[in-house]
Design a protein around this ligand. Sequence first.
Ligand code: FES
Ligand code: MG
Length: 577
Amino acid sequence: MNLSPDRDPTQLRSHRWFGRDDLRSFGHRSRLKGMGFDDIDYRDRPVVAILNTWSELNTCHSHFRDRADEVRRGILQSGGFPVEVPVMSLGEMMMKPTTMLYRNLLAMEVEEVLRCHPIDAAVLMGGCDKTVPAMLMGAISADIPSLFLPAGAMLRARWKDQTLGSGSDAWKYWDQRLAGNLCDRDWNQVENCIAASAGTCMTMGTASTMACVAEAMGWTLPSAATIPAVMADHSRLAVATGRRAVDMAWEQLKPSKFFTSRSIDNGLTTSLAIGGSTNAIVHLIAIAGRLGETLTLDRFDELSRQTPVLGDLRPGGRFLMQDFFEAGGLPALLQRLRDLLNLDCKTVAGSTLGEQIEDAEVYDNEVIRTRENPVSPAGGVCLLRGNLAPSGCVIKSIAASKKLLHHRGKAVVFNNYPEMKERINDPELDVDENSVLILRSAGPLGAPGFPEWGMLPIPKKLLQSGVTDMVRMSDARMSGTSYGTCVLHIAPESAAGGPLSLVETGDEIEINVPERSIHWHIDDDELARRKANQPGVAPEPARGYMKLYAKHVTQADQGCDFDFLAGRSPGEEPAIH
Ligand code: FES
Ligand code: MG
């Protein structure tokens, strides 16, 4: 038993449920007994919840039953009482219309599940894209000692002599198939190979980006973000995470004690240095909001201008997560960024970030580049502003074509996604490689749910003539595994009456990424005429979660959290009567 003098069980949160000599506590204890537990199992031990986002419809978390058992082993080793608690699973592949619609719902569930139960500490098991920010947002608001266990990425996939990357290569080979360069047999083989194991997408998509961000912000044990899902190291990580959670309960190491806006800067810098997903910016703004802080796109722009891209990782670069792990993992990359990080920030390990990365070494300078030889000296993801996006928009410039970073072309506008799908491959569509493809009604309200439609497909007739990239613009997001010259998160979105709602086919649009600008060439009279005829906003959903969502979701530049969830929670404990 852990009864050293500083480990006073009456200080544990769960003591209010189990430790009192009253009828309520009797009820709580007797029901544990009814489950086959004895006093020795739980009395005076921290209750450590394993918040498990396992589901058979979440393909990325298929190893979570095993991992939960391993976390449990760690909790028992350290004298805790493990309880596994399922929470909503957001599996990117199967969930429609988009998991982003439900990020805030999971965040609310995590917060309330932690608050209303006798939980002294929690291990947050997530990985597939939105589960990471959702669980962190919920834990910050509940302010109960918590640490994050990332799912880990899939193993490297191989097909013939090619290495395949999640998402990125699916689109690449699909385009080849549309262009008539890939037979059915080869396409089927790619389908068989591309998801090589359990785990999250193994390119630097949103899942891996957010895992790295979580680690850099101090929410995981060292190296957790880069260990592939099915390696023995990952099982050992799970056990160690369980052990550490028990200590955190005794130390009462709540998020409010280790997590600050300076940690968020570390997360942002890291997401830029790994060439991470554009989605990280939306999630980090929402995470900052839970601390009562405002993370502005200008702060992001400032960090983007000073942060070199050192991770040569797909889709912006060449390698996969397993390569990153073998090259030394995230601590090794962070070691090369020391001067740009707040090294004194605390972590769940009970140390500082600086201590956590002190001994890290880089084993492969191709995967983790040196400061002298970066993938890009700065600006892996850039903020653009202009009359088409008064509240900003973003572009992942390292995954774009260099020659298109300054481009002016005629708009081809699609009013919504179904219309785009219907028309994009029409041989009659008036489009050429210099056109700017525009999709609207794809933002937080318009779609709704802010889906990953931002990498608009290239029209088939252009693919067949050898075009591989075009400028595309939308108020949507883009999968972290996508690539191409895609301007995203245009805010305000069209459904909120943003300028995007007034653009017409044939208008001239210009982006200038080096100057961070986006410009719609339109004169004032014409703009006034179009404003006068502006279409009405979409009707509000009639009921249910969708109604709550539409009423309260904020725009992309504000993180798309619900307005009523922002700000520090007062930390009230539930009454136990
Ligand atoms: Fe789950 Fe990509 S689909 S991480
Ligand atoms: Mg994704």
